[in-house]
Design a protein around this ligand. Structure first.
Ligand code: NAD
Length: 459
């Protein structure tokens, strides 16, 4: 059969292409709004009826995405959400943004990607572009997703092409029946410095026509695309970015422990090192890793590397150090209470901030959850305050059953220890230190507090 990529690119150029985004979470929803904002008729697909309902009502379920932007896209008739996957056949381009978590034993859980590929495969049309954005190990797109999509008889052969990052040169002239590519998501929720469209988009595909089709699509949403010569290179590039963060965070976490023992302020050290204008990027210590990406993605590579009989020692070591951080925090709270002649057993500990990073509402893999669990397991009476997280809903690993308490002077005074786990900007840390008998700070949030510094313990 074969599909001519020029026709696809013309539809993109003329904004007559219909774009489907599967998985309307932290990644998919902003991407769908970006597509709609560019004038594409955009349909979001999700299996979560609650999210579909909210979108239909023009409401947002992600703190940093204003409801107004959803309403605007709907009113302009560029955006709609559905759980009717038969409508996938109407789409010209389908972008997959579903979760890629780890299973019970730390192995990649590709079930969401597989289920989605099945749904796409059931309605696959000649000439459609399918792009996977979910973070995963090299080989997912051209082995696993391709296998499912080709079951219906349409073909997208893996065929080498070359690129200098901008232009794409085919080694042979074959046209696939559909186009398949991988383009890693680089969303950084809450980042006010860079908007989604300003972050260059890496694109790698199975063959030159797929690369050109995906490039055309993303060039219309993003200021810059960077082409690589295969879907595997694009998958690996995303892992490199996240492994780089994971390993460097582990490094500063380890150095923090050394600094604490040597009575050196690690934060001052980092500020000093940062003044070097080349060869140094600052990473900061904290209570442990959080979020859907950094604690998880590196282990996708560890798993895949085993197939090639190769260890990934940096990743394993970084995992070990970062996983130990919540335990270090709880030990520090115990020691700090001990200094005041108190025990953790029976003490009331108020955790400040449970989102995995400041000023967002995402608690996935947040170290605060582990810390709350460890504190409670050791007999502490725990509570938390987080302006972004009104309650901790049941999750796969945690069922803490807690609701955020108001941050009043009475609350602070009623707790033996305030433990800063996430340094949300809106919290008045002067007041926290003023009213609390003891403050354990994992984020240097109290660096500017002038009074009662004797109550602050850094950890
Ligand atoms: N959150 C981030 O900051 C971020 C950044 C970069 C990359 N990523 C990667 O992007 C991917 C998505 O992450 P996210 O944070 O948006 O996840 P998310 O959990 O916020 O959203 C995923 C959405 O997919 C939906 N879904 C699950 N299975 C589905 C199916 N079979 N069909 C349709 N919808 C389905 C869920 O209901 C949910 O709404 C992951 O691979 C993640 O690693 C995330």
């Amino acid at each position: 059969m074969g599909t001519n990529v020029t026709g696809f690119c013309t539809k993109i150029k003329e904004r007559t292409a219909k774009v489907g985004v599967i998985g309307l979470g932290y990644v998919g929803l902003p991407l769908a709004l970006l597509s709609a904002g560019e004038g594409f008729d955009t349909t979001g697909f999700d299996i979560d009826p609650g999210k579909m309902e909210k979108i239909r009502k023009g409401e947002s379920y992600i703190n940093h995405i204003p409801a107004a932007s959803i309403r605007k896209a709907i009113e302009k008739q560029h955006f709609q959400a559905t759980d009717d996957f038969t409508r996938l056949k109407e789409m010209d381009a389908i972008i997959i943004c579903v979760p890629t978590p780890l299973g019970k034993h730390g192995e990649p859980d590709l079930s969401f990607v597989h289920n989605t590929a099945e749904a796409v495969g059931a309605h696959l049309q000649p000439g459609q572009l399918i792009v996977l954005e979910s973070t995963t190990y090299p080989g997912t797109t051209d082995e696993e997703v391709l296998l499912v999509l080709e079951r219906g008889g349409l073909r997208c052969p893996v065929s080498p092409y070359t690129t200098d990052g901008v232009t794409v040169t085919a080694s042979d002239g074959g046209e696939p029946d559909f186009f398949l590519a991988f383009s890693p998501e680089r969303e950084d929720p809450g980042n006010k410095q860079f908007q989604t469209r300003q972050v260059p988009k890496i694109v790698g595909a199975l063959n030159a026509p797929s690369a050109l089709a995906a490039q055309a699509l993303y060039q219309s949403f993003f200021e810059r695309t960077h082409m690589v010569s295969s879907s595997r290179a694009a998958e690996m590039a995303k892992l490199l970015e996240n492994i780089y963060r994971c390993v460097n965070i582990a490094l500063v976490n380890e150095l923090k422990l050394v600094c604490l023992r040597m009575d050196i302020d690690i934060w001052e050290v980092i500020e000093a090192a940062k003044t070097k204008p080349f060869g140094f990027s600052a990473f900061y210590p904290g209570p442990g890793l959080g979020g859907h990406c950094i604690p998880i993605d590196p282990f996708y590579l560890t798993w895949k590397a085993r197939e090639y009989e190769l260890p990934t020692r940096f990743i394993e070591l970084a995992g070990e150090i970062n996983t130990a951080m919540p335990h270090h925090v709880v030990n520090s709270v115990t020691a700090a209470l001990g200094q005041q002649g108190k025990t953790l057993q029976g003490s009331r500990v108020l955790v400040l901030g449970v989102a995995y990073k400041k000023d967002i509402d995402d608690v996935r893999e947040s170290p605060a959850l582990k810390i709350l669990e460890l504190l409670a397991a050791n007999g502490a009476v725990v509570a938390y305050h987080d302006p972004f997280v009104p309650r901790l809903k049941k999750m796969r690993r945690y069922d803490l059953g807690l609701e955020s308490v108001p941050l009043t002077a009475e609350t602070l005074r009623a707790h033996e220890c305030a433990l800063i786990v996430t340094d949300h900007s809106g919290v008045d840390y002067d007041r926290v230190v003023n009213e609390s008998p003891l403050v354990v700070d994992t984020r240097n949030a109290t660096s500017r507090v002038r009074h009662h510094r004797e109550k602050i313990v850094r950890c």
